[in-house]
Design a protein around this ligand. Sequence first.
Ligand SMILES: C[S@@+](CC[C@H](N)C(=O)[O-])C[C@H]1O[C@@H](n2cnc3c(N)ncnc32)[C@H](O)[C@@H]1O
Length: 230
Amino acid sequence: MARPFRRYSAGARWYDLLSGERWVYRAGRVAGIGLMDLQAGDVVLDLGCGTGLNFPLVRAAVGETGHIVGVDRSAEMLAVAQGRVRRAGWPNVTLIEADAAELDVEEVRARVAGVTGRTDGVDAVLSTYALSVMRGSAREAWVRAVEVVRPEGALAVVDMQPPTGRWRIFSPLARLACAFGGADIQARPWHLVARDAATGSVREAVVRGGHIVAAVGRLPGEDDAPAACS
Ligand SMILES: C[S@@+](CC[C@H](N)C(=O)[O-])C[C@H]1O[C@@H](n2cnc3c(N)ncnc32)[C@H](O)[C@@H]1O
């Protein structure tokens, strides 16, 4: 089976069409981005942004004074994202080609400062359906991304698990879709939000028969006690 990186590079042109976006996965990004409580002018880091399917929803929330920073290691996926940005005429999107697990935090901070004037980092990090694909390097990628977020900024993960309850009959289909995309359906990477967010700040939404979980929390403020590690 192709490694996820090669799979996404080779299939970038078809991703939007074949990824089940309309019927299944859009619901997760709508739920997750809705929970983020984004404000006009916010700067949002989209980790493993792929073809930029989150961009219209994020852009609608942050407006023309906001900024999106998309990180992905596939040049081909980013090329599709760039086309989306160009067609929509959004000037405030920065795309960075990088392996998220090797993300240079200082470089990203410098890029953000260069395009937004913000030196305190981004207001939010969002990762949809990407950490489960990063597998063993997901934790490192997440840790680096969170370092770019300002205190009290939002942390959001939307990802997959086997359907639950009566929807379990669709488990074989969900497993097939995840295998096709190189995702580990058992990874449940939203636990990273709970690990890093301030106590009591995490909210979850579960959609599409339990197959998709969105978790959103807020980093502690500078004066708060650090969260317990797990
Ligand atoms: C299933 S796609 C999700 C794309 C997008 N977030 C979405 O919601 O449609 C997974 C994406 O993660 C990217 N990816 C996988 N491993 C990565 C890594 N180590 N660093 C950066 N991007 C990575 C892939 O190139 C691909 O674009």
